[in-house]
Design a protein around this ligand. Structure first.
Ligand SMILES: Cc1cc2nc3c(=O)[nH]c(=O)nc-3n(C[C@H](O)[C@H](O)[C@H](O)COP(=O)(O)OP(=O)(O)OC[C@H]3O[C@@H](n4cnc5c(N)ncnc54)[C@H](O)[C@@H]3O)c2cc1C
Length: 614
């Protein structure tokens, strides 16, 4: 029997990050996936990043993770979303070449000497007492101190094309049936979710001349801050819309779809609805936007983002023909829906380990999330913590004030999911502090401590941090009167007060260009350093206020609740409140505050108890 430190089940987005993180920490990792060709497969759209998701990518990147670097290597075009809004809510996004993405992820995994890729199906988990000690596979048993399960949409999965159903986790791929049974046998609480995908089109049959095109940004913001790609090739996306005729076809065939025909019980992603759901929920709209996204440089396939559907394939052909520019488009693969088991993430600790099952970690869509970035983020944290578990170390814990990763894991493990969970910037309370430009400063030191950041990135980080510190010091020492600043070409109130360069940068009219005219030494600062330092200076007052809020939040958050705490024995906590707390099993008082429906009275009693126990 082969022995490893960590076994990762599944070579998708969560699995690759988990395996790579474990390997960077120095553990021997087996990455078990049905076929080596699974590694880095994009099940749905050929794009990485976006609002909230771009933050997750930069945070994974700060831990030296893969998704940002691999996305950059495969990019067809980059766009910074919310460019006109504040820096806290901007999100980098890249259209990617599907084949290049897979190849780049496969090479990144192959480059990790500590990872052995095993092409096999995992059919069961082996245990010793309550500990999970390895996996059963179609090529034999493997043993490890920790197992990370990242099976995506495959557990007990069913595919739907219209009312026709078949077993499968993705089109052409069998579901994970035996493993689903093994997970059920462990008694983990499960639910059913569904998701869907649009038909793929042959781009050579699209009337591009009649469509508006959308190009990437001329000055690209890459997904990883390590990227050097200054001017990537720009492939355009096309833009079109559904029509009244499209909606009439959907309405006429609603009963032929799995959701409205009654075949599907699982809820789908609210923010990525099928065209059927859009027509039913927003019946008054005369059209819905469609982005025609190229799947690759040497691939004519087009992903029509916005028309995910499980209508019967012949109806999909009629539907596509009602859309401007697609009148003669041919479908190369029909859209479909997939329904699958997920595990209620409240069964997990904030380390993403199953409570009461030492050594078993879960990450990705299996935890009720949707999206590559959400999966990759959980994979990173589960991979780090599985490696630490194998090495006998305490898990790392990121709280809501450090990162979107912390927000996501806290939301999942405390509140659970009632629909597939995706990240938004609105989920974070401390947005101004959690920006893409400062992800490295927030998290790379944590990653270095955890041993998950490679030597190159650690050295680059140290050099960049030294520059930021030097420029911050400089901004505190340079000073000017309003008259001197006005000579930089901007109207400011002539109150005669001498202010530091840092204080002047908080003035809405004073940007880095103006400041560089007033203090020429600032012109020599490189753009990456200037960007983060300028944002900190601009929002200095608000950031200081937020730092106070974060300190108060952490004071409560830091009050740990004992693992086996008996909520029903705490005076002042009613049986109903104890039941809610017991279902969520918050690890800290801060997490208990966010458990839905727990009354202030119960929280006061719990706080008193936690303070006594601290
Ligand atoms: C049809 C479809 C539509 C989707 N639509 C959307 C969408 O609209 N929006 C969105 O954000 N996301 C969508 N997704 C989801 C997106 O693809 C996932 O969120 C993401 O891929 C999850 O990553 P993961 O690593 O958790 O799992 P996956 O990427 O699914 O990877 C799981 C891996 O585990 C392997 N595996 C499974 N079981 C076993 C086993 N027993 N033994 C060995 N290997 C195993 C699989 O072969 C696969 O390689 C869709 C997915 C599908 C399939």
């Amino acid at each position: 029997m082969q022995h490893y430190d960590v076994i990762v089940v599944g070579g998708g987005h969560a699995g690759c990050e988990a395996a790579a993180a474990g390997a960077r920490i120095g553990m021997r990792v087996a990455l078990v996936s049905r076929s080596a060709g699974d590694i880095g497969m994009l099940s749905c759209n050929p794009a990485i990043g976006g609002l909230g998701k771009g933050h997750l990518i930069r945070e994974i990147d700060a831990f030296d993770g893969l998704i940002g670097r691999v996305g950059d290597a495969a990019a067809l075009q980059f766009r910074l979303l919310n460019r006109s809004k504040g820096p806290a809510v901007q999100g980098p996004r890249a259209q990617v070449d599907r084949r290049r993405y897979r190849a780049a992820m496969a090479s990144a995994i192959a480059a990790e000497a500590n990872i052995v890729v095993v092409a096999a199906e995992v059919t069961g988990l082996t245990t010793s007492g309550r500990n999970v000690t390895g996996v059963e596979t179609t090529v034999g048993r493997l043993r490890a101190a920790a197992v990370v399960v990242t099976t995506g949409t495959f557990l007990a999965a069913t595919l739907h094309h219209g009312r026709a159903t078949s077993h499968g986790g993705r089109v052409g791929e069998a579901p994970a049936t035996a493993l689903a049974t093994a997970i059920a046998a462990l008694g983990l609480p499960r639910g059913r979710f569904k998701t869907g995908t649009p038909p793929r089109l042959d781009g050579r049959t699209i009337d591009w001349g009649s469509l508006d095109l959308q190009f990437g940004d001329a000055d690209p913001t890459t997904l990883s801050d390590a990227a050097v790609a200054a001017s990537p090739p720009h492939l355009a996306c096309g833009m079109t819309r559904t029509t009244a005729a499209s909606h009439a076809i959907v309405r006429a065939h609603l009963a032929d779809t799995p959701t409205y025909g009654g075949d599907v019980v699982g809820r789908g992603p609210r923010y990525c609805p099928s065209l059927e759901d859009k027509v039913v929920r927003f019946g008054d709209r005369d059209g819905h936007n469609i982005f025609l996204e190229p799947e690759g440089f040497d691939d004519a396939t087009i992903y029509p983002n916005g028309i995910s559907t499980a209508l019967p394939p012949p109806v999909q052909a009629a539907l596509v023909a009602t859309i401007p520019g697609l009148e003669r488009a041919s479908i190369v693969q029909p859209g479909y829906a997939v329904e699958y088991d997920y595990v209620d993430p409240r069964a997990l600790t904030p380390a993403l380990m199953v409570r009461g099952r030492p050594g078993l970690f879960l990450a990705g869509q299996i935890n009720g999330t949707t999206g590559y970035e959400e999966a990759a983020g959980q994979g990173l944290i589960a991979g780090i913590n599985a490696a630490r578990f194998a090495g006998g170390d305490e898990p790392i814990h990121l709280d809501r004030a450090t990162s979107y990763l912390g927000v996501m894991i806290d939301d999942l493990t405390t509140l659970g999911v009632s629909e597939p969970y995706r990240m938004f910037t609105s989920r974070a309370e401390f947005r101004l502090s959690l920006r893409i430009d400062n992800a490295g400063e927030r998290l790379t030191p944590r990653g270095i401590d955890a041993g998950v950041v490679g030597r190159d990135r650690a050295a680059r980080f140290a050099a960049a941090q030294a520059k930021r510190d030097a420029v911050r010091t400089l901004l505190g020492t340079l000073a000017a009167t309003p008259a001197a600043v006005a000579r930089g070409g901007v109207a400011v109130n002539q109150d005669g007060v001498v202010r530091s360069a840092g204080d002047w940068l908080a003035h809405p009219a004073v940007d880095w260009t103006i400041a560089s005219r007033v203090w020429p030494e600032l012109a020599a600062v490189d753009p990456a350093t200037a960007a983060v330092v300028a944002v900190d200076a601009r929002y200095g007052v608000y950031l200081a206020r937020q730092a106070g809020e974060i300190a108060a939040f952490r004071a409560d958050e830091a009050l740990r609740l004992a693992d086996g705490i008996a909520f029903d024995r705490i005076p002042g906590v009613s049986p109903e409140m104890a039941e809610r707390l017991d279902a969520a099993r918050p690890a800290m008082f801060g997490a208990a505050v966010r458990v839905a429906g727990v009354t202030p009275g119960a929280l006061t009693s719990l706080l008193a108890h936690a303070r006594r126990a601290a």
